[in-house]
Design a protein around this ligand. Structure first.
Ligand code: NAD
Length: 324
């Protein structure tokens, strides 16, 4: 039986990844600062621990571990990443986790390690035109991410690739583009745009008005969690190191995203545009490389994933109201 450690298993993508690996027959150890908020975790063993502590990292390897999936990071949506208030902790915490985990994985001889980078590492100057953002993998340099979160991702990509070059470690690096789905943070300040907008629409009456940060003309693409995990597993099984985009090419404006969610909810929703952190003006995944290297790319329409996500967030909103 193959063994894997999932770092960040108490988080959104990590929780889903644990279950995916279990379905594939792995023995899985999850590790996180906290248990999964929504109980989405079927790990064989779950360690509550702080990966900034190298002793915690070392203790994870009490048996032969075939694969490490390093998803732990100090992160959140635009309200957490782009205000500048959390820059020092984001950089310090995430870089320390990565330094510790790649070294522990080397010392203990893991067969392969996966690192989740982000589209936030792409240079801001290629993402100023909402209709034509450029996010091909080879456009990363000269580097100019628009956030310290993005700079840390770039540093850590280079860290993993250095271990690959100098120690021959089998490393896989993916750049995720806005992953969404059920069983993720939907309130509290760290939630990302799809979850926040699903919540606002769920909380609104038919014909109501919701607040949108900025003019809503900024563009993004959003990838449903199941396709993200399919990409991760295909990358791990391939001989390709990356970095490679894992994202959708179905680019929409934030206003269109709201309209799709409103359609799924069966509500008429008006938009009030207010000041708020927005990030780059345009961003879309470029899937030429993943298609070439893995013979696969995500294809599910955005609307389908949003329908499933909205249904789950609507349940959460109703349950929260009942408790209140
Ligand atoms: P998440 O915040 O839900 O999960 C990250 C987990 O890491 C959290 O549960 C957190 O408690 C844990 N963590 C933080 N510091 C830790 C520490 N010191 N020790 C142990 N655990 C710690 O985020 P997510 O959306 O599941 O993202 C997973 C990874 O994918 C992250 O590295 C993120 O940067 C990357 N990513 C995500 C997206 C996205 O759209 N969700 C996009 C690009 C990249």
């Amino acid at each position: 039986m193959k063994t894997a450690i999932v770092c960040g298993a108490g988080g959104f993508i990590g929780g889903h990844l644990v279950n995916r690996l279990k379905e594939e027959g792995y023995w899985v150890r999850g590790v996180d600062l906290k248990a999964h908020e929504f109980g989405n975790d079927q790990a064989d063993d779950f360690v509550i621990g702080d990966l900034r502590d190298p002793r915690v990292c070392d203790a994870l390897f009490d048996r032969k571990i075939n694969e490490v999936y390093q998803l732990a990071a100090d992160m959140g949506g635009a309200g957490y990443i782009f205000t500048g208030e959390h820059d020092a902790v984001v950089m310090h915490n995430s870089a320390t986790i990565n330094l510790n985990m790649v070294e522990a994985s080397r010392i203990h001889g893991v067969d392969k390690i996966f690192y989740s980078s982000s589209a936030c590492m792409y240079p801001e100057y290629n993402q100023t035109d909402p209709d034509n953002p450029k996010c091909s993998e080879d456009s990363a340099y000269p580097a100019m991410p628009d956030s310290e979160y993005g700079w840390e991702k770039l540093f850590s990509e280079r860290l993993y690739l250095s271990y690959h070059r100098n120690y021959g470690m089998e490393v896989r690096v993916a750049r995720f583009h806005n992953i969404f789905g059920p069983l993720g943070t939907w309130t509290g300040g760290r939630e990302k745009a799809p979850a926040a907008l699903c919540r606002k629409v769920a909380e609104s009456e038919n014909g109501g008005t919701i607040e949108i940060w900025g003019d809503g003309k900024q563009t993004r693409s959003f990838l449903y969690i199941d396709e993200c995990l399919e990409g991760v597993r295909r990358l791990m099984e391939s001989d390709f190191t990356g970095p490679v985009n894992i994202g959708s090419e179905e680019m929409v404006t934030i206003n269109q995203l709201v309209d799709i969610i409103a359609g799924v909810a069966g509500k008429t929703i008006h938009k009030k545009h207010i000041e708020g952190p927005q990030g780059v003006r345009g961003r879309n995944s470029d899937n030429a490389l993943i298609h070439r290297e893995l013979g696969w790319k995500p294809t599910e329409p955005l609307k389908d994933g949003l329908a499933r996500t909205f249904a789950w967030i609507q349940e959460q909103v109703k349950a929260a109201k009942t408790v209140a």
